[in-house]
Design a protein. Structure first.
Ligand code: ADP
Ligand code: MG
Length: 335
């Protein structure tokens, strides 16, 4: 979570410098807790948009949460079958397409496993293998039946949109900004960052990539305009048992938190769902499969930090990625 604030701080520093000049568009900001994280919106030149985005995100949360008993997804999980509203149906359809495209590295039916490891109750523990064996068959996005707003889950299966909801929120925020007079905004939706337009002076936004060893620090930044940047890190929401650290990203094939040498995956894309979903999915895939996925699909860039001290970047972002002076990472441009 701290690195998410850092991304913001870095962006903010840039904003404050730009906003000091006379004649610059006025800033409106909103800070609030939503989707189990902290959000900060800085919108320039439009007074209403930040408030509208906040309302929109709050409304989305009350549809997409797996823990709020009144939320549409929570009711679907409890009943096993439901007619959902059109927004939830849209999120589900886009999510299932990402699960398919990533061959199940992203799997939104991972919720029973997430609960078993204690990530919801905060009673973290390594489950017995029999428990994992019992829950693994429930983890299969292919078994979700969606026909428009009509959704049916196999018995016992439950959906978790935690890997994509902030990305969807980012896309909704961009729609609101597109309909406003704002030309410049930086939104930090709990680590999923919307860099809308450039800074008020026209320069790109600088969005920090956290240092996995010390998430109060960053190892570098990407300079971007009109992008959505999402990061999945092994150091987020993790716990330690008997000297092993378990991250909150689960391999849907094994039911066990991912441990594959990746420290974090940052995705830079035009679309928030894609950015957020792929940050989780490429984390699960591991470096080689992630690189192969990028070669096969394209349409996004990444910064992948690995525990051998490398920062793997795509050619498309290589020139816009700047390492901090004190960073010990070596940049390696993926082919
Ligand atoms: P964060 O929520 O910290 O930004 P992510 O976007 O990577 O990080 O989402 C992680 C969340 O997604 C987890 O907390 C869990 O709810 C869910 N999740 C974990 N593993 C998977 C997976 N393989 N596929 C889909 N969702 C997952
Ligand atoms: Mg994600």
């Amino acid at each position: 979570m701290k690195h998410k604030l850092l991304a913001l701080t870095l962006a903010l520093t840039a904003v404050l410098t730009a906003a000091g000049c006379a004649g610059k568009p006025e800033k409106t900001n909103e800070s609030f807790a939503a989707m189990d994280t902290f959000m900060q919106l800085d919108v320039y030149g439009d007074k209403a948009a930040a408030g509208q985005i906040r309302e929109r995100i709050t409304a989305l949360e009350s549809l997409l949460s797996s823990t709020d008993a009144d939320a549409c997804i929570c009711r679907l999980n409890a009943a096993g079958s439901a007619t959902v509203d059109e927004v939830t149906a849209d999120v589900l359809a886009q999510s299932l397409a990402l699960c398919e495209s990533t061959d199940g590295a992203l799997d939104i039916t991972v919720y029973p496993l997430i609960k078993e490891w204690g990530f919801i109750s905060k009673d973290y523990h390594v489950p017995a293998q029999e428990r994992l064996d019992a829950l693994l068959p429930l983890t299969d996005y292919r078994a979700v039946r969606q026909n428009g707003c009509s959704v049916t889950l196999p018995k016992g299966a439950e959906i978790d949109l935690g890997a994509v909801a902030k990305g969807y929120a980012a896309d909704e925020a961009v729609k609101i900004l597109d309909d406003s007079v704002c030309k410049s905004a930086i939104l930090n939706l709990g680590g999923t960052v919307v860099a809308y337009g450039g800074k008020t002076g026209g320069e790109p936004w600088k969005v920090g990539v956290a240092n996995p060893q010390n998430s109060a620090d960053y190892i570098g930044y990407v300079s971007v305009k009109d992008k959505i940047i999402a990061t999945s890190g092994s150091y987020e929401r993790c716990f330690e048992e008997n000297g092993t650290v378990y991250s909150h990203i689960i391999n849907p094939q094994t039911g066990v938190p991912v441990s594959n040498g990746i420290e974090s995956v940052t995705i830079i894309a035009d679309n928030g769902m894609r950015s957020d979903g792929l940050s989780t999915a490429l984390f699960v895939m591991g470096l080689e499969k992630a690189q192969a996925y990028h070669r096969a699909h394209g349409g996004f860039d990444y910064v992948i930090l690995t525990d051998d001290g490398k920062a793997h970047v795509t050619p498309g972002i290589a020139d816009s990625f700047t390492l901090s002076d004190n960073s010990t990472y070596d940049v390696s441009v993926s082919s």
